[in-house]
Design a protein around this ligand. Structure first.
Ligand code: S3P
Length: 446
């Protein structure tokens, strides 16, 4: 998406009827990225099933190919990755186009930082606004060199360290991407690389590094998670089954809660505790969400979620849960806009540096759709409609700023509105959830 040549695709989402039946969520984006990256660093062939074939993950796959891995699609979601071994990444011939994907960019910056190669990262207009200083700082301490656009932004060039230095890094922001960038740089670093996480974030990197045979320990010391990775392991190829993405399931769960008469089974939802706080919050708001058929997929807890339309009540969201639902606030705001009473959120500073400023973007979009709310520096206060449909934006388009989650959240708001909600551009949805609109149709809601 760096050179958008296709035209924006606006679409109006209108109320049609309840969501019914069963829908299956696509593979988890975070786990999909990591499966390709670690598969590419193992010696031998890794098989990945249930891979999310969204644009973000495809950008990761293209970059790993450009650095020497062989990556082939066998069938839907079924991929083979032949790795080059830790330390074996090759100098890419051209720039690595990261499209819209912050996760690809930051994690791959870590991988390159630990190899004596040079890579140039480029991305679309949204990604080119996002701060990379948060990974440049620790990776520079490890010996990598960076030339970035002013403000530490893309395009940027990384030259990895000849002999990377292991560091102990205390995360200044709760960010799984920063944690993972340092750990991935630590893979080709002699000695022990340590990351201290005062606030826990998603732990997929730790789980998967261990699964591939790396020596990685996690201890709680003075209330913080301390992760220690011993560098230069030989990673063993794996068979990875990617569980469904709770961040994608979230849109269908909220849609079913707010569209009267809905009764849906959302299948294959990853419920890793570092990801699944939205469902707990929605239950506290009165949402009928029952986890059925709990099981383990790819070492992660998974269940199907039985969701029925429910009367929701506003809530004050404890900022401590923010990292475990950091991508779910746009859709939580929609649920809150339809609830009875007031919802108060705070501690959301990080939302301002996602694919868009998600606080500002959702305030503008929901206001246009007729919701009552007010923006604060680190959150939003929403006075719900008490279960009454929103008026909707009608044919006036809300602005998504190339942000897939704003587009999907406002599409769901449209399903609970009188006049529908027009989304200015649905193309970014393909970065994380290419089947979104098709599944809405399948559930009978659009
Ligand atoms: C992700 C981490 C989170 C999240 C992003 C995916 C990951 O970002 O918002 O969608 O896969 O590590 P931050 O690390 O910036 O919080």
């Amino acid at each position: 998406m760096s050179q958008p040549i296709s035209l924006a695709q606006p679409r109006r989402f209108v109320a049609k009827g309840p969501l019914t039946g069963a829908i299956r969520v696509p593979g988890d984006k975070s786990i999909s990225h990591r499966s390709i990256m670690l598969g590419a660093l193992a010696v031998g062939e890794t098989r990945v099933t249930g891979l999310l074939e969204g644009e973000d993950v495809l950008a990761t796959a293209a970059a790993m190919r450009a650095m020497g891995a062989t990556i082939e699609r066998q069938a839907d979601g079924d991929w083979l990755v032949a790795g080059v071994g830790v330390g074996g990444l090759l100098q890419p011939a051209g720039a690595l186009d990261m499209g819209n994907s912050g996760t690809s960019t930051r994690l791959l910056m870590g991988l390159v930082a630990g190899h004596a190669i040079t890579a140039c990262f480029i991305g679309d207009a949204s990604l080119s606004k996002r701060p990379m200083g948060r990974v440049i700082a620790p990776l520079s301490d490890m010996g990598a060199k960076f030339t970035a656009y002013p403000g530490g932004r893309l395009p940027l060039i990384v030259t990895g360290a000849e002999t990377p230095v292991p560091i102990t890094y205390r995360l200044p922001v709760a960010s799984a991407q920063v944690k993972s960038a340092v750990l991935l740089a630590g893979l080709n670093t002699p000695g022990v690389t340590t990351v201290i996480e005062p606030v826990p974030t998603r732990d997929h990197s730790e789980r998967m590094l261990r699964g591939f045979g790396a020596e990685l320990t996690v201890d709680i010391e003075d209330g913080a998670r301390v992760i220690r990775l011993t560098g230069q392991p030989e990673l063993r190829p794996q068979a990875i089954v990617v569980p469904g993405d709770p961040s994608s399931a979230a849109f269908f769960v909220v849609a079913a809660l707010i569209v009267p008469g809905s009764d849906v089974l959302v299948e294959n939802v990853g419920l890793n505790a570092t990801r699944a706080a939205l469902f707990d919050i929605l239950r506290l708001m009165g949402g009928h969400i029952v986890a059925v058929n709990p099981r383990e997929v790819g070492g992660e807890p998974v269940a199907d979620l039985h969701v029925k339309a429910s009367e929701l009540t506003g809530i004050t969201v404890d900022p401590a849960v923010v990292p475990a639902m950091v991508d779910e606030f746009p859709i939580l705001f929609v649920a809150a806009a339809l609830a009875h009473g007031r919802t108060i959120t705070s501690g959301l500073e990080e939302l301002r540096v996602k694919e868009s400023d998600r606080i500002a973007a959702m305030c503008a979009a929901l206001t246009l759709a007729g919701a009552t709310l007010c923006e604060t520096p680190d959150g939003m206060v929403i006075d719900g409609s008490g279960g009454k449909r929103l008026t909707g934006s009608g044919t006036t388009a809300i602005v998504t700023h190339l942000d897939h989650r704003i587009a999907m959240a406002m599409a769901v708001a449209g399903l609970a509105s009188d006049n529908g909600v027009t989304v200015d551009d649905t193309r970014p949805i393909a970065t994380s959830f290419p089947m979104f609109e098709q599944l809405l149709h399948q559930a009978g809601a659009a």
